[in-house]
Design a protein around this ligand. Structure first.
Ligand code: DGL
Length: 269
C-alpha cells in the first residue's frame, strides 16, 4: 500500500498546505486530520495544544505515514520538538518554511506577521526570522477572529472584509513590505487581506514553501512516490463532517469523502 504524507491542523486551515502538496506532488497520497471539534487552538494554553497535537499524531501513526506535517502554526510553535522526539518519521512544521519565504521576498527588511494568539505569544516567527536574518524588523499582530471565521466557511463578502479590516488595523501605516500569513487558515482570505493591505504588501503563505520542503525531504530520502500513481486521499475530522466537507471540496476543487472521528479520550474543552 502507498505510504502517505500525514497532514494535520486544528481544522480546515491545513487544507491550504494540502492543496499545494496536491499541486506540486500529485502522485503523493495525503491523509489529513482536522480537529474541528476542538478548533480554534489559538486561544488555548500551550500544554493543551501539545496534548491535542500528540493525540492526533498517535492517531495518524496507525496509517504508517512516511512523513508528518504539522500544518498548524499554533501547534508547530509549541509542539514540534516533542512530536519529533516521539516518532521515527520526518516531522515538518510550517513556521520555518514561512519565515524563509518572507526573507526571500522582503526588500526593506521590515516584515509583518499575523497569526493566532498562541503563535504570536510564542514569538516563534521572530525567532525563525532572526535565525536567518538577525537584523530583520518584525511587526506581529494576533488576529483571533479570523480562523473561527474561516471555520464557518466564510471567506468573502462584506462581513469577511469587515472582520479582516478590523483585525489588520494595528498594522496600518507600518513600513512592512510583506506580511506572513502565520496561520494556515488565512490563505482562504487572501483576496480580502490583499485588498485591505494594498498592492505594496506581498502576502506570504507558508503552503508553497512547505510543499517544496516536503518534496526536498522525500527526494533526499528516496521516498517520493512513483509517478503515474493516482493516490486516494483520506480525510478525517473530529467535528461536524458536512461543513468540513463543503469547505474542503470548495477549496481543493475535488470530491472527497470524510471519515468522522470521535475522540475516545476525554476532551479538554
Ligand atoms: N490553522 C492554525 C494555525 O495555523 C490554527 C488556527 C486555530 O485553530 O486557532 O495556527
Amino acid at each position: 500500500m502507498q505510504q502517505a504524507i500525514a497532514i494535520l491542523d486544528s481544522g480546515v486551515g491545513g487544507l491550504t498546505v494540502v492543496k499545494e502538496v496536491m499541486r506540486q506532488l500529485p502522485q503523493e497520497k495525503v491523509i489529513y486530520f482536522g480537529d474541528t471539534a476542538r478548533s480554534p487552538y489559538g486561544p488555548r494554553p500551550a500544554d493543551e495544544v501539545r496534548t491535542f497535537t500528540k493525540q492526533i499524531v498517535d492517531y495518524l501513526i496507525q496509517f504508517n505515514p512516511k512523513m508528518i506535517v504539522i500544518a498548524c502554526n499554533t501547534a508547530t510553535a509549541v509542539a514540534i520538538d516533542e512530536i519529533r522526539a516521539s516518532v521515527s518519521v520526518p516531522v515538518l512544521g510550517v513556521i520555518s518554511p514561512g519565515a524563509r519565504a518572507a526573507i526571500k521576498t522582503t526588500r526593506s527588511g521590515v516584515v509583518g506577521v499575523i497569526g493566532t494568539e498562541g503563535t504570536i505569544r510564542s514569538k516563534a516567527y521572530e525567532q525563525a526570522l532572526r535565525t536567518i536574518s538577525p537584523n530583520i524588523q518584525v511587526y506581529s499582530e494576533s488576529c483571533p477572529l479570523l480562523a473561527p471565521f474561516v471555520e464557518k466557511g466564510l471567506f468573502q463578502g462584506d462581513e469577511a472584509f469587515h472582520v479582516v479590516e478590523q483585525s489588520l488595523r494595528p498594522l496600518y501605516g507600518k513600513p512592512i513590505d510583506c506580511l506572513i500569513l502565520g496561520c494556515t487558515h488565512y490563505p482562504f482570505l487572501t483576496p480580502v487581506i490583499s485588498r485591505v493591505m494594498g498592492p505594496d504588501v506581498t502576502l506570504i503563505s507558508s503552503a508553497d514553501e512547505t510543499a517544496r520542503e516536503i518534496s526536498t525531504i522525500l527526494y533526499h530520502r528516496g521516498m517520493l512516490a512513483a509517478s503515474g500513481v493516482t493516490p486516494i486521499h483520506q480525510f478525517f475530522c473530529s467535528g461536524e463532517p458536512e461543513l468540513f466537507k463543503r469547505i474542503a471540496q470548495t477549496w481543493l476543487r475535488e470530491q472527497i469523502s470524510i471519515t468522522p472521528v470521535v475522540w475516545q479520550v476525554p476532551n479538554i474543552i
